[in-house]
Design a protein around this ligand. Structure first.
Ligand code: ASP
Length: 446
């Protein structure tokens, strides 16, 4: 059994957190590959090291002294070193970074140093081998990950050690230049390493105990989702439930490696396991109809009506093309006879809405175009809903009983999720009534 364990920024925010990571690593010898983020916030007022590094870069760019910011980073690592009795020569590392900055180093190099420094400290503290991500995480020149090279390099650099620590978030181009991933990218490093070594499981240690059935800010003490499929997770994450970087799914999914989202501050909680297929578990414990409820406020609906448009070949395509031309991604496009609603996030469209309407009028000659703001979309997701008659009916009647007016409904043929649009002001109430009816009541009956 080999596990890859990735620890997020809050798990390595200070010496106390390092101690928890050590306990977790040592509790299971199969946790051979440890991936780390840069130190995160210690408290609400504190700053993430990566944010400070981006700020340093902005100061350098505008010729303003970055020293006070860099000193905050230095202080953080010096404190960790002192409290954990580490020997690492961090001064040498800080000098090297300062020197390279003087000679106009790239943003990517500078911001990757948070993970690099955290990795050095954590490796020493765990008695593990430090493997620089620049030596194992290989990018193609087009910015995509070179999984083949990564596999070879991991085998070459890591097979002589019982446990390795690899910094997340960055790697190197074929010419050795450091390149970072998008924000939160250490999740991707963990997934790519899991892919390279054919791990049995990819553990993603964060500060939440997996995914909750609904947003805990809306539902206090929302219950945990023990198992979820990748498809269900996609349905939940695209509208808000973001615990894991989207791009971290592909590298493990292709190899059928489950991801276990766990909490460093509550290590005995089993968290959530994400898998390709939950059929085996479902055969022992049939899933609940609804796995999770998600949603997001502030959508804009552009509704276009034109008589006989439903019979006009290519009408919808021409309409969507206009949004594509403005680089606006579409969340949902429910249609009825001769009426086409395009739902987009208001923030994506606010700067070009009137231009889009102008193009629609000019190019497709509608009878009417209506714009409505302040729409919230709620996604109800569950593999257990498939072929279960009455679920959507019950959701809708629950909304009716609670005076939540439904503006849009959509369900795809895979029956994995139902999306309902309500006014922003009804958003929390709508989520609460689905939770009470389908999660609380259903479990009471068991
Ligand atoms: N440190 C990087 C960030 O804050 C990457 C990560 O934590 O995953 O985005």
């Amino acid at each position: 059994m080999i596990k890859v364990a990735k620890f997020g920024g809050s798990s390595v925010a200070n010496a106390e957190q390092f101690k928890k990571v050590k306990k977790i690593a040592e509790a299971d010898p199969s946790r051979k590959f440890i991936i780390t983020s840069a130190c995160g916030k210690e408290s609400h007022e504190d700053h993430k090291v990566t944010d400070l590094l981006y700020l340093c870069h902005a100061h350098i760019k505008y010729g303003v002294s970055y020293d006070p910011l860099f000193d905050l980073i230095v202080d953080k690592y010096v404190r960790i070193k002192k409290e954990l009795n580490l020997k690492a020569d961090l001064e040498k590392e800080f000098d090297k970074i300062r020197n390279l900055i003087k000679h106009e180093t790239s943003t990517d190099y500078l911001v990757s140093r948070g993970e690099y420094l955290t990795g050095i400290c954590l490796a020493e503290y765990l008695g593990a081998k430090f493997v620089d991500a620049a030596d194992v995480i290989a990018f193609h020149y087009d910015g995509s990950l070179d999984l083949e090279r990564i596999r070879e390099r991991v085998a070459a650099c890591c097979s002589d050690a019982e446990r390795v620590v690899i910094p997340g978030f960055y790697g190197a181009m074929p010419n050795g230049v450091i390149k970072v991933m998008s924000r939160g990218g250490s999740d991707i490093t963990g997934a790519v390493i899991a892919n390279a070594i054919d791990a049995d499981i990819y553990e993603n240690w964060t500060d939440v105990s997996g995914f909750m059935v609904a947003d805990p800010r809306i539902i206090k003490n929302a219950i945990r989702i023990p198992h979820i499929t990748y498809n269900e997770l996609r349905g939940l994450s695209y509208m808000g439930a973001n615990v894991l970087h989207d791009d971290a799914v592909f590298p493990v999914r292709v190899k059928n490696i489950p991801i276990n989202v766990l909490n460093t501050n509550e290590p005995d909680n089993p968290g959530t396991i994400i898998m390709n297929d939950c059929a085996e578990i479902d055969s022992q414990f049939p899933p609940h109809a609804i796995t999770g409820i998600t949603g997001r406020k502030d959508y804009t609906v552009i509704t276009v009506t034109k008589s006989h448009a439903s019979a006009e070949v290519g009408f919808l395509c021409r309409l969507l093309k206009i949004f594509e031309d403005f680089n606006v991604s579409i969340e949902s496009a429910p249609t009825t006879v001769d009426t086409f609603s395009i739902i987009v996030l208001s923030e994506f469209v606010s700067h070009c809405l009137y231009e889009i309407v102008g193009r629609i009028k000019k190019e497709i000659h509608p009878d009417d175009v209506k714009i409505e703001d302040h729409l919230a979309l709620i996604g109800v997701v569950g593999r257990g809903m498939k072929a279960l008659p009455g679920i959507s009916g019950s959701i809708l009647s629950e909304f009716g009983r609670n005076s939540v007016n439904i503006k849009v409904i959509s369900q795809s043929c895979d029956e994995l999720s139902i999306i309902v649009g309500v006014a922003n002001r009804d958003f929390e109430k709508a989520i609460r009534c689905i939770y009470d009816k389908f999660i609380i009541e259903e479990r009471k009956m068991l």
